[in-house]
Write a protein that binds this ligand. Structure first.
Ligand code: PEP
Length: 249
């Protein structure tokens, strides 16, 4: 039986004071939560949120990291710097990184391997564009992104990876994949992972859904066999909307 994993991506929102207040509300309101939780604030708020989360089971995540350990990379943040702040996990391959900042599978794969090498957990995001879905290519796109994103990842490291299926057309748009459509892609991703790492590893892999998850659709999505949680954007910005998603049963 897989656990549920509910993660909040705060994107480029919140000052340190706002981030601390939200983290504080989550620490107190998720005490009775029985799932796995993560919040991913902006880099600028990581240290502040780390101190609020201390002693709580909520994981601290970053939204991205550099593909190099250190060096002349103006404007980038390294895995060593993230670990220094207490970061435990990193979101990689988010569609905004892929499409607004032109990150390709090769770069994302370098980041995945570097994060794992340094002991972080990884949420690897995959997902198709609307045009790809309309052309019947959703499954194929997610398969390629999964295979390329995981290339060279050792079987022993897979337990620190979850995959977030985030159809690009559903992110921040208020449109959600139907639970059936999402589950079909999750099942396809699990088959890919079974081919790469064997059935047992694939059965254990947590696959989150992301794309306009809200309190009123979260439970229906997560009731599906292959949907093991959610990566939440807009609704993660307030405890009023994130907590009901996180406490679903
Ligand atoms: C996201 O950014 O990963 C996301 C799913 O955003 P939203 O929930 O706002 O669609």
């Amino acid at each position: 039986m897989r656990n549920y994993y509910i993660a909040g991506n705060w994107k480029m929102h919140k000052t340190r004071a706002e981030a601390a207040a939200l983290a504080q509300a989550l620490v107190s309101q998720l005490k009775k939560g029985k799932h796995k939780y993560l919040v991913a604030p902006s880099f600028t708020a990581l240290e502040t949120v780390a101190s609020v989360l201390k002693g709580s089971p909520i994981l601290l995540g970053a939204q991205n990291m550099a593909a190099a350990e250190q060096g002349a990379h103006t404007g980038e943040v390294s895995v060593l710097q993230l670990k220094d702040l207490g970061v435990q996990a990193v979101i990689l391959g988010h569609s905004e990184r892929r499409h607004s900042y032109h990150e390709d599978d090769e770069l994302i794969n370098k980041k995945v391997k570097l994060a794992l090498q340094h002991g972080l957990e990884v949420i690897l995001c995959v997902g198709e564009l609307l045009s790809e879905r309309e052309a019947g290519k959703a499954e194929g796109v997610c398969e390629i992104q999964t295979v390329r994103g995981l290339a060279g990842v050792a079987a022993g490291d897979l337990s620190r990876v979850s995959i977030a299926y985030e159809p690009v057309w559903a992110i921040g748009t208020g449109k959600t994949a139907t639970p059936e459509d999402a589950d079909a892609i999750h099942a396809a991703i699990r088959r890919v992972v079974a081919r790469l790492y064997g059935g047992a590893a694939a059965e254990e892999l947590l696959i989150q859904y992301g794309g306009s998850v809200k309190p009123d659709n979260a439970a229906q999505l997560m009731a599906k066999e292959h949907i093991d949680g959610a990566l939440v954007g807009g609704a993660a910005l307030s405890a009023d909307t994130f907590v009901p998603i996180a406490l679903f049963s």
